[in-house]
Design a protein around this ligand. Structure first.
Ligand code: ASP
Length: 438
């Protein structure tokens, strides 16, 4: 029989109604053996996620404030879910223990992780599945990095003991026994780790949208959903701000060749988006898979006559960036000019120093910084075969009167990046979308 690992996000487990729906989805397919829950998320727009409430508790304790009243809101949320589900389950001892442990300074990550831990206990009870505490199977190293191999071995051994189990997302354990979490949204990573260890056929990631959209719905009204996307395309799009899945969630399953299916808990009939291996050739009729972008970039322009003949020029420029601990995004260059595109934030407070060092390092004729650049990434594995894609991108922008300030096409030909004025960003992105998606 096939094995699927299913992860449910916070909005999918925000209240008892959603728990019922989640259980229905799990029980509808016997392959859905291992379940990774997030902490209860928002029930309505102004609501607060349990994780955020736990962070608040931690901060209050640090300020030596009394958390009794505030913590009761968390207690009420979990008890509310249990009561409404009609579960015979007394979680009050656990809740009391967590509160005490927090008050005895068990750490910020410990506090945050309890959202998943408690939710996992309830879900395991409701489904009748074994609860596997992530602190026994997910390991971090002394320096705080995730220990993938140790985890994989321990997780695989533990999973093999049970036909079904619930493993809470978001956290693991340090060598000294303290709890450590992944960064925010990290339950996606746990799901991926479990999928790898279970040698799953599929990692289903259930959320509140029907997959990845071809463009940001805040810019393009009702964008088309992406049916299939490769891991590499996804990296390009997420990097440019398209978020549905935690960036690091890709790695464990990618190497194991396990596809990820993004699904909508509230619309299980939708197929969602399949994220697949780059090596397999999933044909697509569409030239582009998606378009995404970000504002907030700057360009450092360096000019020097005969720059092209000067050996070691690029290295000296990059050394200056390294010395100031600044990373760059793109490096388009001409014969006597070189431009460095980087995020405006990355040079905050160091602008004059960077410019000065750059001027001295390469004896430049001029070095100047210009802000207000937005980058748009047009991503598609089918672009390699389709001729004239770049021309279509440029035409679409010029038709709406947008000046292109920078162009970069990776040699892998899965993306074309254009830089435009921030004020042209939305208009430019819409023009490109219209050109390719009719
Ligand atoms: N509950 C955590 C957060 O809000 C982790 C997660 O939901 O994936 O970031």
């Amino acid at each position: 029989m096939k094995t699927k690992v299913v992860k449910f996000g916070g909005s999918s487990l925000a209240d008892a109604k959603h728990f019922v729906q989640v259980a229905k989805i799990i029980k509808a397919d016997p392959a859905r053996k291992y379940v990774v829950p997030s902490a209860p998320g928002k029930r309505f727009k102004e609501d607060t996620k349990v994780t955020d409430m736990l962070y608040t508790c931690y901060d209050m304790i640090k300020r030596q404030e009394n958390i009794d009243e505030y913590y009761k809101k968390i207690v009420d949320r979990y008890n509310g879910i249990i009561e409404e589900l009609g579960l015979k389950f007394d979680i009050s001892g656990e809740l009391e223990y967590v509160k005490n442990a927090m008050m005895h300074r068990s750490g910020r990550d410990y506090a945050a992780s309890r959202g998943e831990y408690l939710n996992g206990l309830i879900l395991a009870k409701y489904l009748g599945y074994t609860f596997i505490d992530a602190e026994n199977v997910i390991f971090f190293r002394e320096n705080g990095t995730f220990d993938a191999e140790k985890t994989n071995q321990a997780m695989a051994e533990e999973l093999a003991k049970y036909p079904n189990a619930v493993i809470p997302g978001f956290y693991g354990v340090m060598p000294n026994g303290t709890i450590k979490t992944f960064s925010r949204g990290g339950s996606d990573i746990t799901g991926s780790i479990v999928a790898r260890a279970a040698e799953a056929d599929l990692y289903e990631n259930w959320t509140d949208v029907s997959g990845f959209m071809m463009a940001d719905p805040r810019i393009i009204e009702n964008p088309c959903a992406i049916e299939t996307i490769t891991y590499r395309e996804l990296r390009e799009l997420s990097y440019m701000g398209a978020t549905v899945l935690h960036e690091d969630a890709i790695f464990p399953v990618r190497f194991a060749g396990i596809p990820i299916n993004i699904r909508n808990t509230n619309r299980p009939e939708d197929a969602g988006t399949m994220i697949v291996s780059d090596t397999q050739d999933y044909d697509t009729e569409k030239v582009i898979t998606g378009v995404a972008g970000k504002k907030g970039f700057s360009v450092i322009s360096i000019e020097k006559d005969m720059m092209n003949a000067e050996i070691g020029f690029g290295r000296k420029v990059l050394e200056v960036l390294e010395d100031h601990d600044v990373s760059f995004e793109h490096l388009p260059s001409g014969i006597d000019t070189m431009s460095i595109v980087l995020s405006t934030d990355s040079i905050k407070g160091k602008r004059d120093k960077v410019v000065g060092s750059m001027r001295r390092a390469v004896k430049a004729d001029s070095v100047a910084i210009e802000d207000g650049l937005a980058l748009i990434a047009v991503v598609g594995r089918a672009m390699v075969k389709a001729k004239g894609t770049a021309a279509r991108v440029f035409d679409a922008l010029s038709e709406v009167g947008i000046n292109i300030r920078m162009i970069d096409q990776g040699s892998s030909e899965i993306s074309i990046i254009v830089g435009v004025d921030e004020s042209d960003f939305e208009k430019g992105l819409a023009a490109i979308y219209r050109e390719f998606v009719k």
